[in-house]
Write a new protein. Structure first.
Length: 261
């Protein structure tokens, strides 16, 4: 006979533009399981796939949803903004955090936290893909690489500050930035230099967001793109702050939702 699921389970679902994430926690807030799947399909299908990959008890959990597709998650009792969820998730894993930089597939956010962990200010770029994971995906594809391999290809701390660098990408729109990349290629720029320029260009854009909110240290980097160590180094060089990659950086939003469920 199977045992009944433990009481007080909570499930956070983060339906992002690129990836859907789930975090299951126990009554004390400890992480029991995580799950990641591609989004871009009907939300109910995405949620059913996430649930199938989680332990049986997940079906009995209280559910909260966040992310771009949160309003479409029928099983969620609560729908909470990504800003709030990232603040809660990071606050749980890193109670010393004073700021958060989140870069996902299609947007970037800078969040300044108060001493109590609450959100004091935030700024967001969701209009243009040039400072987001989408730009890195496009650039990686162009050179026959996976995004997960970009950092290693560039060398982990490749990226000096932008001043005086010989190759630059200055467009603030991903379509024009791609044309610039094609131009660099045509001039015979070595792929490693072109890709370093891509990293510097994203670093410049997100540093402006950090400045806008008056980001303070310790600053934690979240979102799928935070797994790119070369980008973390580039952002650190550009904004002059130490960039700490959050624990489980792609799951902090879902964790924040779970904590709110
Ligand atoms: P969203 O919530 O908008 O769907 P995520 O925070 O889940 O975004 O991040 C998705 C982005 O993370 C994608 O652009 C993807 O290319 C990038 N990404 C995923 N895994 C890695 C990795 N191992 N290294 C670098 N980037 C990654």
């Amino acid at each position: 006979m199977s045992r009944p699921p433990p009481a007080g389970l909570r499930l956070g679902l983060d339906l992002g533009s690129t990836a859907a994430k789930a975090v299951l926690i126990d009554a004390g807030g400890a992480i029991l399981a995580t799950r990641l799947d591609a989004s871009g399909r009907p939300p109910d299908e995405v949620v059913a796939d996430l649930l199938r990959g989680l332990p049986d008890g997940a079906g009995t959990a209280a559910v909260a949803a966040t992310g771009y597709g949160r309003s479409l998650v029928g099983c969620a009792e609560r729908k909470i903004t990504e800003i709030t969820c990232h603040a809660r998730g990071v606050g749980k894993l890193h109670p010393d955090a004073r700021s958060i930089l989140d870069i996902g597939g299609q947007d970037a956010k800078a969040i300044r936290l108060g001493r109590d962990g609450g959100v004091e200010d935030f700024a967001m770029n969701d209009r243009c893909a040039a400072g987001t994971g989408r730009f890195l995906e496009m650039a990686a594809r162009r050179y026959g690489l996976e995004v997960a391999g970009l950092s290693e290809f560039c060398g982990h701390s490749p990226v000096q500050g932008s001043k005086g660098a010989p190759w630059e990408i200055s467009s603030t729109c991903v379509v024009f930035a791609e044309s610039e990349l094609i131009g660099l290629n045509a001039r015979g720029t070595p792929p490693i230099e072109a890709l370093r320029a891509v990293h510097r260009s994203i670093a410049r854009r997100v540093s402006l967001l950090l400045k806008q909110v008056g980001a303070a240290e310790p600053l934690y980097f979240t979102g799928g793109v935070a797994q790119n160590a070369a980008l973390a180094a580039a952002i650190g060089a550009e904004c002059g702050m130490a960039i700490r990659v959050a624990e489980r950086p792609q799951f902090t939003g879902a964790l924040g939702a779970a904590l709110s469920a």
